[in-house]
Design a protein around this ligand. Sequence first.
Ligand SMILES: [Zn+2]
Length: 348
Amino acid sequence: MPLVLNSTQVSSSSMTLPSDIIQAAPLHITFNSGYVPPGFFTRFVVVLTNKMELCFEKDIGIYRNRVTFRYQDPNSTTIEHVIVTDCTDVIQIDVQHHHLNQEVVSFTKICQNIRVLLEDAAKEVEEILKKCASGQTDDNKSTSYIFMHKFKYVCASCCQSTPSHYIKLSPANQTLVCCENNTTKYRLPTELEEVWFKDTNQATEKPSSQRIRSPKPSEVMSTPAEPGSLSMPPPTDTHIHENPPVDPTHVFQSHIAKLCKTISSDVVAVCNECYSSDLIGDGTYSYVITATGVSIDDKATRLIHDIESQLKSSINKQEYLSNVIEAFLRVNNSNLSIVAEELKNSFL
Ligand SMILES: [Zn+2]
């Protein structure tokens, strides 16, 4: 990379993207040395150039430590931007998706494919760099160029002011993740995190769009997990019911206005109940409990919308919504209990 070019920094989270673009939670390639090994970034970019197309669109800018690729899934009509940034201590990957009304392949499936490409490229570069070590003899391996890289997933749930940190899948329940900031508590991944974890053959719902389409037969059939991918256990009860059950997401969405109004008087109690049952993210919890200068209505809205988005991304929506209803009932607010009972009757 020509040194005359400027470096750029990743903006940690508060990126303002146009409304038709969604961005997956960042992926980091980390190294046991604690920094990106010299020569890794440029070689990684070169290897990726064989797999994706370099992107030189206006507005993207040209930097010494950042390269943007265009990726099109062979079966997809959409084009993703894959942004690779050398942040000195880690390589950050951002995937931006321009979503269309008619999408054949889900963003989740595309992200899983991109991750495989990235993992292959990282392994290839690791091999290249091992051979680059100079002065190495069979007797003297001290100068041997050895490092280990690891893919990590940035937490997108905690408050945006916290420094970036990682999440990992629960060993016991592969549908839950745990954040480094709170290693004792497991939660559902957010919409933008789950694209890296969710099994490819159950991705039928699009993030940030309320449209639901039926899966194609080829997507329902299970496909072998790709090497190195973290796959989820297959769904146990979806798509096979004689009478398709009511969608819990729709039931909840039809009660949002009522809920926001009802929980306002007890927003802290509702938030505590939901948080202690792992139903909402850390970011929402600290917003409701600690944010100053915002109205109670704003807090209530944020809480209800977090529940909505957790519900949308939840593997077992029925179970998640039942737990939410139970949490609402524990608050002991008579108006809220009425709405909770209504919710219960609409979907059970
Ligand atoms: Zn976190």
